[in-house]
Design a protein around this ligand. Structure first.
Ligand SMILES: [Zn+2]
Ligand SMILES: [Zn+2]
Length: 112
């Protein structure tokens, strides 16, 4: 009986101690990657691919901002005072000449 009782107690303990040995987030030698928030074992504490992503992020944002300003500028530049000979493209919202068959974005007015 004694042995059985000891085994019954030991078993859950073994499971618990086993759980403790598995790597836990925030272990002293584990750094959390600032980009993806997952533990990283690399020296810098950041995944190489995440570091690359981070390095590319500002460039991507700049490109996006550039595209945005370009997209904003386009309709303004195309907006001419005389709107009677202009029609609005349902695809991009840019006003194009009535006699134009195709918008600059590729939308075909005669196909719709
Ligand atoms: Zn990462
Ligand atoms: Zn268009």
């Amino acid at each position: 009986m004694r042995v059985a009782a000891a085994l019954a107690i030991n078993e859950p303990r073994q499971i618990m101690s086993h759980k403790k040995t598995t790597p836990i987030f925030g272990k002293h030698n584990t750094k959390i990657c600032p980009v993806c928030g997952k533990p990283s074992y690399s020296a810098g504490g950041i995944h190489p691919q995440c570091a690359e992503k981070q390095a590319n992020a500002p460039r991507e944002q700049q490109l996006k901002a550039k595209k945005k300003t370009e997209a904003k500028k386009k309709p303004v530049a195309k907006k001419l005072p005389q709107t009677w000979n202009q029609k609005k493209c349902p695809e991009c919202g840019v006003e194009v000449h009535v006699r134009k068959k195709k918008c600059d974005c590729g939308f075909n007015f005669f196909e719709s």
